[in-house]
Design a protein around this ligand. Structure first.
Ligand code: IPE
Ligand code: IPE
Ligand code: MG
Length: 262
């Protein structure tokens, strides 16, 4: 069942629109049910302002908060966001430590928002391998929001699509070996049901900030038929209006799924 939205709150949230985009530009009856974001460009944003990269990550938190609120106001069912990849461990230890610290402290700070907005939290990725404090806070976030019935926020942390697919293959192989799954039943739906996203619909719209034209090991399976919106805007500058621009672009696409134009 689609998430409910409050029309009054929605209009208020999207008041004071800039010149080029407004709420009237999007069809509220045809919103993507799952929006996914690759939150990129924090480091460049900070460097351009003459600051340390870490300041960019701190600034990026506000963009995620605004995107969550905007999606809740619009009544989006699922918002997923790429926060830390399996390759991001290669970064300088100081940056990795800061990110792990920010994940933990931000989640604690934002729990009241999740309660207020009825947001259910999920994690995509191997959160077992995270530093203990971060893992504990994540587990607390999961249990505290498990009963929420509004938007699902899926945060990809220590996520890599290749690792996810290899994990699915392992899970499936062990079921076959145990005799609880037949080889003939291993189809696309079966693979989907062994991914971190098993309970989520595939993203309909993928947004990547900072202009990079690549997936960086994100949701390789799930993005098979998603519409891509790439913006040069750096993540700390991303806001509710940029989200509307992305949705407007999505609604202008002709999605054929391999068929012919309707
Ligand atoms: C995205 O911003 C945040 C993470 C990957 C954690 P970056 O840190 O990749 O910023 P750029 O791409 O270096 O500007
Ligand atoms: C992708 O961004 C990962 C996240 C946004 C968390 P990266 O900055 O790590 O990607 P590359 O290195 O530019 O491909
Ligand atoms: Mg980057």
């Amino acid at each position: 069942m689609p998430v409910q939205r409050d029309e009054q709150e929605l209009t208020t949230y999207f008041a004071d629109a800039p010149e080029d985009v407004s709420l009237a530009d999007v069809d509220l009856e045809r919103l993507p049910s799952h929006i996914s974001v690759i939150m990129d460009g924090n480091g460049r944003w900070a460097t351009r302002q003459g600051m340390e990269r870490g300041q960019g990550h701190i600034a990026g938190i506000a963009s995620l908060r605004e995107t969550i609120t905007a999606c809740v106001r619009l009544g989006i069912d699922v918002l997923s966001a790429y926060a830390f990849s399996t390759e991001n461990w290669k970064r300088p230890q100081q940056e990795v430590d800061l990110l792990m610290h920010l994940f933990a402290t931000t989640l604690v700070k934002e729990l009241p928002l999740f309660h207020q907005e009825n947001v259910r939290l999920e994690f995509l990725g191997d959160i077992e391998a995270l530093p203990q404090k971060t893992r504990e806070v994540f587990e607390e976030g999961l249990s505290e929001t498990a009963d929420h019935t509004g938007m699902t926020l899926a945060l990809a942390v220590n996520y890599g699509a290749r690792a996810e697919l290899a994990r699915a293959a392992r899970l499936i192989a062990s079921k076959v070996k145990e005799g609880t799954l037949s080889v003939d039943d291993v189809d696309a739906a079966c693979v989907s049901s062994h991914l971190y996203t098993a309970d989520l619909p595939d993203p309909e719209l993928l947004i990547r900030t900072s202009g990079e034209l690549r997936l960086s090991n994100y949701l390789l399976w799930q993005l098979a038929y998603s519409e891509f919106y790439i913006t040069d805007t750096l993540w700390p500058d991303f806001d509710r209006w940029e989200l509307l621009r992305a949705i407007r672009a999505f609604q202008g696409r002709d999605r054929r799924f391999g068929g012919v134009k309707a």
